[in-house]
Every structure is written in structure tokens, then in C-alpha cells.
Design a protein around this ligand. Structure first.
Ligand SMILES: *Cc1c(COP(=O)(O)O)cnc(C)c1O
Length: 356
């Protein structure tokens, strides 16, 4: 049996008549818009905010298309990637019947969103080197498995999955393979968006929240076949991307150079910080990272976490997560923030020396 989007889509979604907004029914040029019950006089803020935004975000998609070299018809925009994740469940997974596979330790929303949608989660934990366990993955899949979630570079481990392994999953699984590339801009590896033509079952997620520096705007991207994009569009709220976000994303997309400079700087600081961490005696391991954070294994991670909090520095405690025992996940900060962090870690080291 080969991949077939028809077989994968929920029956109620296939037969759904989506909401047709005023902006859907008329989207051409006109002088007078009296079709959407907006405030015709204006807005207390920016003049055009009295109008509903483009429900299809056409201009933003065209700008993304130019930057990413992906046709606009292969792009879906969500209110953060988190909305894309939820919509994939709602379009393709029957509550109480279908299942998905995740590869922990990984991003928490795949599981939370599954639970919200009453979809069973099956786990194929990563191997000791944080790579995919293909044998375990294959054993978990049955006829009700709709999605395999692969995060690469992975949160919280920081590594990229082997490209050949992801391709093996794409070639051997007839459901959707979602490759979450939230951190791809910090990696040396190539995005899977270039493989969309070859794999009708591939969905690539990216976001404006990390490298693009716009977590506050809430804008996520899903790249997939036009059929998958069409299905997501049927289910999304009509105006899921607000006008302010569309305006600001368009401006940001003109600043690719500035964003690339920040990425370079963050990667340089990541490399430098890894070197510094490796010289701190109570730090046992700094895992290789293709992202803008480092996963760091140390003695008494929980106590170090609390000590840092006392100093006003908050990192992510992952010490209770399987395979991340005694690990903290530390985002690369500004030069000053990184210095403050290293100073605090040095103080912790000397405090433990004194008390022993
Ligand atoms: C941060 C992150 C996201 C981004 O989610 P948004 O909703 O776009 O902010 C997605 N996936 C992973 C793995 C992340 O770490």
C-alpha cells in the first residue's frame, strides 16, 4: 500500500464545508467594502487595522517562498508552529482510534496536543547517541498510526537526526512524517524542504520564534504537498494570522541579512560557551548542538538550577527527563548574559569546594 492522502484524512474533515469569510467570497479590487461588518470609519491605531486580515496571507507566503525557495502553494502559516501541530492532529487523527509515534526526549507539544485530541502516543525513545531507533519505530507502527514526529535538530538534546534515517522513515511509512526544524537555521545541515517533491508524506515545520527573533508575534510555517496544505486550510480558524503579525513578518523578511548576522553570532557564542563549560570541573558533558542552546550534564543539576535561580538566572531543568538525567538545557544568551552565567557557575564550583 502506498501513501494516499485521501486514506489518511479524517472522514469528517474530507466532507467538511469550511467557513467562508467575507474576504473569501470577495477578494478582488473594490472601492467600498460593506461586506464584513468592520468599523468603516477607521481604527484608533493604524488606519488599516479596522479591516480583517488576508485569511490566506498571500503576501507573506510569497515573501517566504522567495526566501526559502519553496512554492507558495506548499506553505501553510499557523499561529506559531504549535497551531500547525494541533491542526495536523485535527485533520488526520481520529480521536480514540488513531495513534502517533514520538521519539523522546523531544519537544513536549507533540504529546500535549495528542492528549488534547485524545490520540494515543507511542514512544520510540532515542538511542544513547540521541539518534532514531528505527527498529523500535517500525515495531510501533500499525494501520492506525497516522503521524511520526521527528524533531531535527532535536529539543532538548540539540543534535540533528541522521538524514539517511529520516529518509528511511519517509520511504517506509505510509502516514505523515513531520520533521520539526524549529532550530534548522543554527545547523550546518540542509532543510528537508528540498525533499518535498520526492515525498508526498513529508511535512516540514519551521518557525519565526527562534532564529528570526519573533517569538512574540506567533508565526509558524508548515511546508508540505498542496493537498496537505489544502486540508490544513479547511480546518484553521479563518483569520489565524493577525494583520500586525502579517505586516511585521513582511518587514522582517526584508531583513534576511540582519537575521543571518544574528545566527552567525549566536552560533559563535554557542561554540565558545561549549569550550568554557567543558573546562568547569563539575560539568561532565556538553552535548554537541546544532541549535541555539546547549544540553549540559553535571553533578547535582537540580541544585545548580536552584543556585542559578537565586542569582536571577533561569535555565531549563531537564534532569527528570529520561536520557537527560542531571542535565540542564541552557539557551545561548547575549555576551553579557553568558558571562553572568559562567560567573555564577564558577561561584557554585568554589562554594562546593569550600563546603567539602
Ligand atoms: C520552540 C519550538 C517550536 C516553536 O513553536 P512556536 O509555536 O512556533 O513558537 C516548535 N518546535 C520545537 C521543537 C521548538 O523547540
Amino acid at each position: 500500500m502506498s501513501f494516499n492522502i485521501e486514506n489518511l484524512t479524517r472522514e469528517n474533515i474530507k466532507s467538511l464545508t469550511p467557513y467562508s469569510s467575507a474576504r473569501d467570497e470577495f477578494s478582488g479590487e473594490a472601492k467600498v467594502f460593506l461586506d464584513a461588518n468592520e468599523n468603516s470609519i477607521g481604527s484608533p491605531l493604524i488606519k488599516w487595522y479596522n479591516r480583517y486580515p488576508d485569511p490566506h496571507q498571500q503576501k507573506v507566503k510569497e515573501a517566504i517562498s522567495a526566501v526559502k525557495s519553496v512554492p507558495a502553494e506548499n506553505i501553510f502559516l499557523g499561529n506559531g508552529s504549535d497551531e500547525c501541530i494541533d491542526l495536523l492532529y485535527r485533520c488526520f487523527c481520529n480521536p480514540g482510534k488513531d495513534n502517533v509515534v514520538i521519539c523522546p526526549p523531544t519537544y513536549g507539544m507533540y504529546e500535549v496536543s495528542a492528549n488534547i485530541n485524545d490520540v494515543e502516543v507511542r514512544r520510540a525513545p532515542l538511542l544513547d547517541d540521541f539518534q532514531l531507533d528505527l527498529v523500535h519505530l517500525e515495531n510501533l507502527v500499525d494501520e492506525h498510526t497516522k503521524i511520526i514526529w521527528i524533531c531535527s535538530p532535536n529539543n532538548p538534546t540539540g543534535n540533528s537526526m541522521d538524514r539517511a534515517d529520516i529518509e528511511a522513515v519517509l520511504n517506509n511509512f505510509n502516514g505523515l512524517v513531520v520533521v520539526d526544524e524549529a532550530y534548522i537555521n543554527f545547523s550546518r545541515h540542509k532543510s528537508f524542504t528540498a525533499e518535498l517533491i520526492d515525498y508526498p508524506n513529508l511535512v516540514v515545520l519551521q518557525t519565526f520564534s527562534k532564529a528570526w527573533g519573533m517569538a512574540g508575534l506567533r508565526l509558524g510555517m508548515a511546508f508540505a504537498s498542496p493537498e496537505i496544505i489544502h486540508t490544513l486550510n479547511k480546518v484553521k480558524p479563518p483569520y489565524n494570522i493577525n494583520q500586525a503579525t502579517q505586516d511585521l513578518a513582511l518587514k522582517a523578511l526584508e531583513e534576511v541579512g540582519q537575521v543571518n548576522d544574528m545566527i552567525k553570532e549566536l552560533v559563535q557564542m554557542r561554540v565558545a560557551l561549549k569550550g568554557v563549560f567543558e573546562k568547569i570541573p563539575f560539568i561532565e558533558k556538553v552535548y554537541p548542538s546544532d541549535a541555539n542552546f546547549l544540553l549540559v550534564k553535571m553533578k547535582d543539576a537540580r541544585k545548580v538550577y536552584e543556585f542559578l535561580l537565586d542569582r536571577g538566572i533561569v535555565v531549563r531543568d531537564r534532569s527528570n527527563v529520561t536520557l537527560c538525567e542531571n542535565c540542564l538545557r541552557i539557551t545561548i544568551g547575549t555576551e553579557q548574559e553568558n558571562t553572568d552565567l559562567v560567573d555564577a557557575l564558577a561561584d557554585w564550583h568554589f562554594n562546593t569546594l569550600k563546603s567539602n
